[in-house]
Design a protein around this ligand. Structure first.
Ligand code: SF4
Length: 293
């Protein structure tokens, strides 16, 4: 019989299991302490990891990157109205087929902010203090996508401002860029309670706003920070290990997958691997790492 666990311990163990699964560490399963408990936790995790529901037109664009920025052939949500499984979501108006001029991008981003408003489209609104829309240059060549705001971000209304944000700043500097030269945003714009992973219904509800941000900024390279960002950008769940080290294409833009800075804080040994991922992004951008003084 599985042990009886209090909800907090159970949630922590499920998160740990997710952590190993996202890293592709299946070896974890070979030395269980309590097989029945492991089976129960795995069942819970499987139930939580329902495949994300992402309209096809939001997903991978198979056309190779060219020197010209690809132009969407249809509006952001396709010709048909969005069929969204969750009540309360109002589909944003279609974006123009043409690339938005750099001068117009700040205003276009503001339009998205206005449309989000005091959003109550998903359950995450109940615990948030501030909506964390995004931060950085509307004309950035490099765009980072994380999972969702944490406590510091929720308090300040800005993405990646806590310890993980400091590490991300260092990663950006190591690439020879300044934070204000890139754009940073998340899959969900409100903090999940206890920093848990967003539920599929929450992520899918918020996701169209992220895609609109990407379409306005039109970066040359997107870096997905962690498995959640990669899952919802690519529209498929795979262990992080299987997604790293190669270039994906999403919405006409090269996508590189790497570890979330919060994970790197927990396991600094993986920083070397993350740096290898960032170097792929740098190559795409034609950047060279600055020389250390
Ligand atoms: Fe709205 Fe996104 Fe916040 Fe949910 S997470 S309430 S969809 S802004």
């Amino acid at each position: 019989m599985p042990r009886t666990l209090n909800p907090a311990t159970r949630d922590a163990l499920v998160e740990r299991l997710r952590f190993y699964r996202d890293l592709g560490l299946t070896d974890f399963y070979r030395r269980p302490v309590d097989l029945a408990l492991l089976a129960e936790l795995t069942q819970t995790l499987d139930a939580q990891e329902v495949a994300p529901v992402i309209p096809e037109e939001h997903n991978v664009v198979s056309a190779p990157i060219t020197s010209e920025v690809p132009v969407a052939e249809t509006n952001l949500f396709g010709e048909e109205p969005v069929i969204h499984p969750h009540k309360g979501f109002t589909a944003p108006p279609p974006v123009a087929a043409n690339v938005i001029s750099p001068a117009d991008r700040p205003a276009e981003l503001l339009k998205i902010v206005e449309e989000i408003g005091d959003c109550t489209r998903c359950a995450l609104h109940t615990g948030r203090h501030k909506i964390v829309f995004g931060d950085g240059s509307p004309t950035a060549r490099l765009l980072f996508v994380g999972e969702g705001p944490g406590a510091d971000e929720d308090a300040q209304g800005l993405p990646f401002v806590g310890r993980a944000g400091q590490l991300l700043n260092n990663m950006i500097a190591a690439m020879g860029l300044k934070r204000e030269e890139v754009y940073i945003c998340n899959v969900v714009k409100c903090r999940p309670p206890g920093n848990r992973t967003p539920e599929p219904v929450e992520a899918n509800t918020c996701l169209p706003f992220l895609f609109r941000q990407i379409d306005v900024v039109r970066p040359q390279v997107i870096v997905a920070l962690g498995a959640t960002a990669a899952t919802y950008l690519l529209g498929q769940r795979q262990p992080l290990a299987g997604l790293r080290g190669r270039i994906h294409v999403v919405r006409g833009t090269s996508l590189i997958v790497t570890y979330h800075p919060a994970y790197l804080l927990r396991d600094p040994r993986q920083k070397k691997e993350a740096w290898a991922d960032l170097q792929i992004a740098m190559k795409e951008l034609g950047l060279k790492a600055p020389k250390r003084s």
